[in-house]
Write a protein that binds this ligand. Sequence first.
Ligand code: UD1
Ligand code: CA
Length: 501
Amino acid sequence: MSEDVTVIVLAAGGGTRMKSKTMKVLHPIAGRSMVGHVLQAARALEPARIVAVVGHQREQVGPHIEELVPGVVLAVQETQDGTGHAVRVAWEALPAEARTGTVIVAYGDTPLLEGETLRRFAAFHRESAVAMSILTGVVADPTGYGRIVRDEAEGVAAIVEDRDAGPEDAAISEINSGILAFDAEFLDAALPRIGNQNAKGEYYLTDTVSLARQDGRTVAAFVLDDVMQTEGANDRAQLATLAAEMNRRILDRWMREGVTIADPTSTWIDADVKLAADVTILPGVQLQGATAVDEDAVIGPDTTLKDVEVGAGARVVRTHGELAVVGPGAVVGPFAYLRPGTTLGRGGKIGTFVETKNADIGEGAKVPHLSYVGDATIGEGANIGAGTIFANYDGIAKHRTHIGAHAKTASNNTFVAPVTVGDGAATGAGSVIRRDVPPGALAVSSGPQRQFDEWVLRKRAGTAQADAAARATRAGTGAATEGSPDGGTPDPEVGEAPTGG
Ligand code: UD1
Ligand code: CA
């Protein structure tokens, strides 16, 4: 830890151009708030303390920052009177003994800023042994930025703000990124000397440059080639531009780490996602939050996973998943919906049009088709028939279903929870299982089939259906007519389907 580094993050501005009820610095990019990215970069410095200046909507911003950086010092700037004023408020929030060493100032809305850049900048400042250092960049369009005015010896003479710049200064393409480093003693003496006699009537932090020069001190400039790192997002269009750029950088990093990304233009990966080498990502994939994918797994196409853990060699196809765990070698989809609390064991399967929630599906167990599995434990090697519903909700409370190891349940079953099917048990097709099934038993709940011979020939005469039946009867190609227990009963009313008893 660098005992002597304090980072001040300015996040008091209103961000009115976002036109949002959400404060600007809280808008997310790659799964983290903008200020969250800056704080993450700040942490790379291992600073002794971080001070965040909050103002507008501080009841939103303050708790968010405190959650990300426990122990952060929050300084409240009641009115936004300029960056110089904001830093003074931060400074006053610190005890006298903490006002030492190096002070780094950054803004809360520059999400692309990298910790490594701050580390290099802080090291540069320390080695230069100057009053202050400026992280600068050379840009094509310097409009809006403070310009870096150099003296004959190429030293930094001043920062002239955009609104105060005459034509000559306005033409300068080297700009102040906003990230500054100060010697604490100098900053302490300079802050009270900043005035507000300028075009905006604000206290400019950038006036510290001319103050240093007045004191005969040197100001150093560290030119950053990758200027996008210090770009801020003021509106939604800039937010989208920065988000796309961050995504591009994240994908680039993973590809260098050995991840195959078939189509970077349709793949979005959040900053906190972890991928192993030899993971393959097919087109149309979004990996969000704390999703982690182990080696040789294949994700996609068209899959969104948020906070999902995918084991080695697993395959997840056209799936939407959240807070779920997919075991090694397991297969999910196409068209699966994994809701929170789903755990699929090694080599298991959650197949086509299957929705799961709070479901613990054991090793090698399979739910292959058209099912809802809610609040269930399915033992290893069990197989759930097509079209099965785990009826977990009785209208008042949720209940759990347990299916034993290697049980084989048939198609179109309903498990009315709470209910338990024992190990190695079986069920018949179309069963509604309300009572526990002992291990090894076969449970059948659908009634015997009732049949009304030649019903169609009599009641649907003249239709294609009746004609087909007549042809089959004449040719003797129909199924043999079995003796039906209901053989002699009168016909049911037309329109009322014949049903099992
Ligand atoms: C500032 C710099 C300018 C630099 C540019 C880079 C000053 C005077 N100017 O200009 O040299 O090129 O950034 O983007 O420093 N903030 C507060 N409280 C305030 C005022 C601002 O917290 O009272 C915060 C804002 O929320 C924002 C940051 O400080 O995150 C910068 O403020 P802004 O008003 O955008 O400064 P610029 O005019 O862009
Ligand atoms: Ca700005």
